[in-house]
Design a protein around this ligand. Structure first.
Ligand code: ACM
Ligand code: ZN
Length: 551
């Protein structure tokens, strides 16, 4: 009896720990969390396992599967041999085959995949490149974090837990933006940014390339854009708008560099959407070609932040020729269906005074009304002309939500940044929308109200919990929801001058963003996410060499 009481007491004492252990096994530390997860018992050993690939899988996908095999081989020093046996799907069905088995399943969507891991094998199915990429990203988060390293570790087994996963994203557009104009980031830094995006299954990189503070892309027809427009005579210090550090600052990407980045991103399943911000935010170009402005200048590349009143002059036909030439060269570099044409924060004071702008307004018969001024309609005219030019070349435009001010032509996509109201209005009018509300998605905002403990930021307070809590369909009926292509966060770099600080502002908030973009609302859970972040993602960041904000 005493023995029984002792055993009973011990069982009661151990019960919470046992329950806790069982509870822990009901989730996996994968971000963004897959749609369907069934956890089994035991593990599959990846080290030394053969990679069997369905010969029906396309060559690009086979090459990333091979890279994954080679990575395991490199770290463990044990060869993961590679085979493409005919009839693999049928052999796999018999259930006897060991090792990794990659199958093409043409019934799946292009970003969908499934993984079934037993002690004997790991069967991965997808229909297309991104599906295979995402399956591999999930596998990497399921096994030892060393998979993200370049370190040799002969003792490493690369165990994968037995689990069945079926997964696909909620939104087709899963974006992250980077402003390389206020501060310039090197090719290597941009690639590192893309690497971490790919780890969290983001698939659109919105690259902000032109600004008042610098023009960052080589355009052969207008060499002064990079000779003059890419450099500024110093930068304001901190928040003192009257200061200047006196250090010449600048840089630009050559065409070859941009093409190299486009290819690098493509291999990671990411499409780059370049932005030429117009007609405002154009001092970089105006400094180089002052004839594009209302007054003819002279203009200087700006050394301070804010919104310049000097903007492009839509009264001058040469300004449109310039833009068409720039977009012609841009389209040769960037194959994306969408081109971002900016449209935000364009003051109209110069247009009101400019005889050319006023003559254009008159010639077009534009009249202001109780909704918009004549100058706002003039901006719509600029948007429509560029849209029509790009449409003729098979491209579509995205613009910031200011492009709604006036008449917006069919086929434009609106990026809602001044909160969610632009997205609500645009979707009600039948326009496609990408939600990037500053209230949830501006990663240049502080990450805590204790700003004295944080590096200098633009303002606001956007902690990770708030980012995570964003629900893009809120306030939208079913007909509007259909127009939401997806969600993106923006990283403006007025106060962000170094890669370390950039990464600190990006991470871990971008991991939270990935669950908004990927997961169904009912599958989001901040506690589960936070656990995965601490137990897995922080280790990934450390291993890949990223700086990040701890919490
Ligand atoms: C923006 O933040 N000005 C789009
Ligand atoms: Zn003008």
């Amino acid at each position: 009896m005493r023995k029984f009481i002792f055993a009973f007491t011990l069982a009661c004492l151990l019960m919470p720990a046992a329950l806790e252990a069982r509870k822990a096994a009901t989730v996996i530390n994968v971000i963004p969390y897959p749609q369907s997860v069934e956890i089994g018992k035991g593990t599959f050993k990846g080290s030394g396992a053969t990679f069997n690939c369905d010969p029906a899988i396309d060559a690009r996908s086979i090459s990333v599967i091979r890279d994954f095999a080679d990575k395991i081989t490199f770290i463990t020093g044990r060869t993961n041999s590679f085979a493409t046996p005919p009839g693999l799907a049928k052999i796999a069905q018999e259930g006897k085959m060991k090792g990794f088995i990659f199958l093409k399943d043409g019934s799946m969507g292009p970003e969908e995949y499934s993984i079934a891991i037993s002690k004997k094998n790991c069967i991965v199915s997808a229909s297309a490149y991104n599906g295979f990429l995402y399956a591999i990203q999930t596998l990497k988060q399921l096994t030892d974090v060393k998979i993200f390293s370049e370190e040799i570790d002969p003792a490493q087994k690369f165990l994968f837990p037995c689990v069945t996963i079926k997964d696909k994203p909620r939104f087709a557009y899963r974006g992250m933006h980077l402003d390389c104009a206020r501060h310039f980031f090197s090719v290597e830094e941009v690639k590192k940014y893309l690497d971490i995006m790919a780890t969290y299954k983001l698939n659109r990189f919105h690259w902000h390339l032109t600004e008042d503070q610098g023009w960052r892309i080589e355009i052969a027809k207008y060499p002064k854009l990079t000779q003059i427009g890419a450099f500024r005579n110093g930068t304001m210090v901190g928040k003192d708008f009257n200061s200047n550090d006196g250090i010449r600052y600048g840089g630009y990407y050559t065409k070859e560099q941009m093409k190299d980045i486009v290819k690098y991103a493509e291999d990671l399943g990411i499409t780059i959407i370049p932005e030429i911000d117009l007609p405002g935010h154009m001092l970089g170009a105006l400094a180089a070609y002052p004839e594009l402005g209302c007054t003819g200048g002279p203009y200087e590349v700006w050394t301070k932040w804010g919104i310049s009143e000097d903007v492009l002059c839509p009264g001058k036909e040469g300004m449109f020729t310039f833009l068409e030439d720039v977009f012609t060269e841009l389209m040769e570099i960037f194959p994306s269906e969408y081109i971002h044409i900016g449209g935000d924060e364009c003051p109209k004071v110069e247009w009101q005074k400019c005889p050319d702008c006023q003559a254009r307004i008159k010639a077009l018969g534009i009249k202001g009304d109780d909704k918009h001024t004549a100058e706002e309609y003039l901006q719509s005219y600029v948007t429509a002309r560029i849209q029509s030019f790009l449409n003729k070349h098979g491209r579509k435009i995205i613009g910031w939500d200011e492009i709604l001010e006036g008449d917006l032509a069919e086929g434009a996509t609106v990026m809602s940044w001044r909160g969610v109201k632009g997205g609500i209005q645009a979707s009600a009018q039948g326009f496609d929308v990408i939600m990037t509300p500053n209230t949830y998605c501006y990663f240049d905002y502080y990450q805590s109200p204790e700003i004295e403990k944080e590096p200098l930021a633009i303002g606001g307070n956007l902690p990770i919990e708030k980012v995570y809590g964003y629900e893009p369909f809120e306030g939208l009926d079913a007909s509007q929801q259909k127009h939401i292509l997806g969600v993106q966060a923006n990283l403006w770099t007025e106060y962000i001058a170094t890669p370390e600080y950039l990464e600190y502002m990006l991470l871990p908030r971008m991991s939270a963003l990935s669950e908004i973009q990927w997961c169904k609302p009912e599958d989001k859970n901040f506690d589960r996410f936070s656990k995965a972040l601490h137990e897995e993602s922080f280790k990934i960041y450390d291993t890949m060499g990223y700086n990040y904000r701890k919490f």
